[in-house]
Write a protein that binds this ligand. Structure first.
Ligand SMILES: Nc1ncnc2c1ncn2[C@@H]1O[C@H](COP(=O)(O)OP(=O)(O)O)[C@@H](O)[C@H]1O
Ligand SMILES: [Mg+2]
Length: 272
């Protein structure tokens, strides 16, 4: 999904005043659906509303069936993760016929954004960079560890995500910094910018699987996404894998598989 001002053109889905208690605001527009922020039952209970509009080019019966299956599948996976202690938003309500899923609003920003802010805030003279290199990496390393253990818990539960990127993880603003109408984005000090729980979102492509291959591909997708969005990704990703291993007993076999998956990826890119 990408953010653009043009998305305000899209009218909110025709869902009802119930259980939404305020007008939905479009947050993101993707190929498969739209994500709105609204409130659930009470005006002070923010929620995320994922809406899959019907596709006019698809046969109506097939379309309804697909939409229904996908909404239910996403809700089921979220509920299962939630039950097993994987950090994901709670499901509030679904209406698979109308094509929407309502879940807990995670207050924070995508991990991708937080990492870029963190790395981008570095000074750009050479001397200053050298200093930054040796500067305290603890917050970033700690974030990588939280990512790795979130994925470890996910895989332990028998779920593979299917689209692991740093955009599909929200760094939840620590409770004491959450929006109360007075504090803005800038309210958090730099030293705390990477604090908070890592919450996994976007289970639209998730499946229940305990296969090493599927798990390895999940990690590989994240590794590739990391490499293209974050400089110095390699050493960072190593931290992710390290804490994945500490969280998930079957990790060693998955990491061996990851070697194969990488190899295949390299061969493919050589054939180009
Ligand atoms: N529960 C949530 N709380 C807060 N923001 C969310 C939530 N779910 C999604 N978002 C925001 O909406 C964006 C799109 O949602 P996502 O589920 O990733 O849809 P898509 O499948 O189109 O990528 C996310 O990148 C995130 O910024
Ligand atoms: Mg997404």
């Amino acid at each position: 999904m990408s953010n653009s001002p043009a998305m305000t053109e899209f009218p909110p889905p025709q869902i009802l005043t119930y259980p939404a208690s305020s007008a939905p605001v479009l947050i993101a527009q993707g190929a498969e659906g739209r994500l709105y922020k609204t409130t659930y039952l009470l005006p002070d209970q923010p929620c995320a509303l994922k809406y899959r509009p019907s596709k006019p080019y698809r046969h109506p019966i097939l379309d309804a069936r697909l939409t229904r299956a996908r909404i239910l599948a996403e809700a089921r996976v979220l509920q299962r993760c939630r039950r097993e202690g994987v950090p994901v938003p709670a499901v509030y309500a679904t209406n698979e016929k109308a094509g929407w899923l309502m879940m807990e609003w995670v207050d924070g920003a995508p991990v991708r954004q937080r990492i870029n802010e963190w790395l981008g805030a570095r000074p750009d003279t050479e001397a200053a960079q050298v200093e930054a290199q040796s500067a305290d990496q603890t917050p970033l390393i700690s974030l990588m560890q939280r990512i790795g253990s979130a994925i470890g818990r996910l895989h332990r539960t028998g779920v593979v995500h299917g689209d692991l990127t740093t955009s599909n993880m929200i760094l939840q603003r620590p409770k004491e910094h959450q929006h109360n109408g007075h504090t803005g984005e800038g309210a958090m000090e730099k030293g705390k910018a990477l604090e908070g729980h890592v919450v996994l979102i976007d289970f639209g492509l998730a499946t229940q699987s305990s296969s090493e291959e599927d798990r390895a591909v999940d990690l590989y997708v994240l590794e590739r996404a990391f490499g293209s969005t974050h400089p110095r990704a390699e050493e960072l990703f190593e931290q992710v894998l390290q804490s994945y291993k500490e969280t998930f007993k079957q990790a060693p076999a998955v990491l061996r598989k990851l070697e194969d998956v990488r190899m295949r990826g390299r061969k493919r890119s050589m054939l180009g």
